[in-house]
Design a binder for this molecule. Sequence first.
Ligand code: 2M8
Length: 493
Amino acid sequence: MTQTVIPGEPAHFTPARTGLSDSGVRPGLRGAAARVLLANWTGASTVPSRTLYPHQWSWDSAFIAIGLRHLSALRAQRELETLCEAQWADGRIPHIVYNPAVPADAYFPGPGFWRSRKAGARAGAPTGIDTSGIVQPPVHALAAWLVHQSDPEHSAQRGFLARMYPRLVAWHGYLADRRDVAGQGLASVVHPWESGMDNSPCWDGPLARVEPAPAGSFRRVDLTQGGGDLADRPTDEDYGRYVRLATHYRDHEYDDADMPALFAVEDPAFNALFAVSEHALAAIAQALGRSPVPHLARARALTEALVDRLWQPAAGMFLGRDVVADALVEERTVAGLVPLLVPDLPTDVVDALLATVRGRHFSLGDQTTLVPSYDLLGAAYDGSRYWRGPAWFNINWMLERGLRQYGAQGSADALAAAMLTASAASGFAEYVDARTGAAHGSAGFSWTAAVTLDVLARPGVPAVTAAGRRTRTSRTPASTHVPDTARGPETAC
Ligand code: 2M8
């Protein structure tokens, strides 16, 4: 089943192009990371992990493409194209695209649970591919732009951006039109899995209202296939709630307009990525000779709504908003720091975020070398449990860029170095203890290898100035400005 060569690839897959030879700084690390991505490639896309996650996951693929571009521009493009082939007619990009060659019981919930072809018919699910019915954070436009930039000539020859652009516009349109549950300018996640941070303590409150599906009504596979410590995975009770919410959505035919919300949360990381990707879409539009103005206008509106609705000065960070209860969720999770990736934040917000990353709750550079997923002082903190404390590499990749964007070069450099050390020492683990670097979850995890390749490809990346920092009273007007987040560092690649 596994196939590692695709037509036309060899010209874009040479050590000279990719720098696969050992780095003097981190001997062997590039090659080892590349081997993980080669091993997890299935012929048209990459699995997050051969053991625990044997299909294609949406935001994993975006991060994977960002790493793959350093190995093969074509393969990176294919990764995103394959994902977009599973896009629904209503614009949603599903969080899982199932590989029909993988046995149905290899992952739960499988295609038989979501029944996308039938239950998703009214929402426009594809008829020839099985997918889930929920989504994941919108990193895709950012990934497409970065992939394009790694080899613009090859991208233009293949018409990559021209083919991706309408897909990405439809995806963002879905989020803006169908997922603004509160009607206040931010997208809501309607299932914890949509945030990508499944078991975050942020969901405990909103999930408490959800009656778990009976334990005997489903069979978990993550407890037998993973290779990690079972105690690190979500509890059966939480899994029952995940199943209940997904069943509820499916039974309403994935119709966002016609579904009483049992769970709806405005997540700061999800919306920050939406804003950043909208900036990337502006850059893509411009590269295609189109107007970036509508994208910049949406990016600005999202940034303003993010600050107006989710910024919590007393916490020094963004918090999620439980839309059903109309209240902020009083938990400090790393999702509230991810907006550092957004350009043009007010100066007071940036200053507070930088202080919080290094302060006692996340302690970067003091107690931790990677930013933990949750407040070190929080009641629910657990250094090894899924999204309840340990550090994830994709999240730290975003924070490293955010720190750099706002002039915190020292912290960004130290974080980049720590990511390389931890990914190498952990065998490209799914996640690690933020204090000790101890490996958790699956080994040979794709996005860990991918962001490692990306960090390796830009050592000593030039500082991105803090020019984007603004006061609340002077936000940027719509213009053709392309944010440094999407543009600056990539010239080094
Ligand atoms: C984890 O999520 C899946 C459900 O989507 C799971 O727990 O089974 C999360 O870490 C998520 O962010 C990630 O995309 C997925 C695959 O790596 O695994």
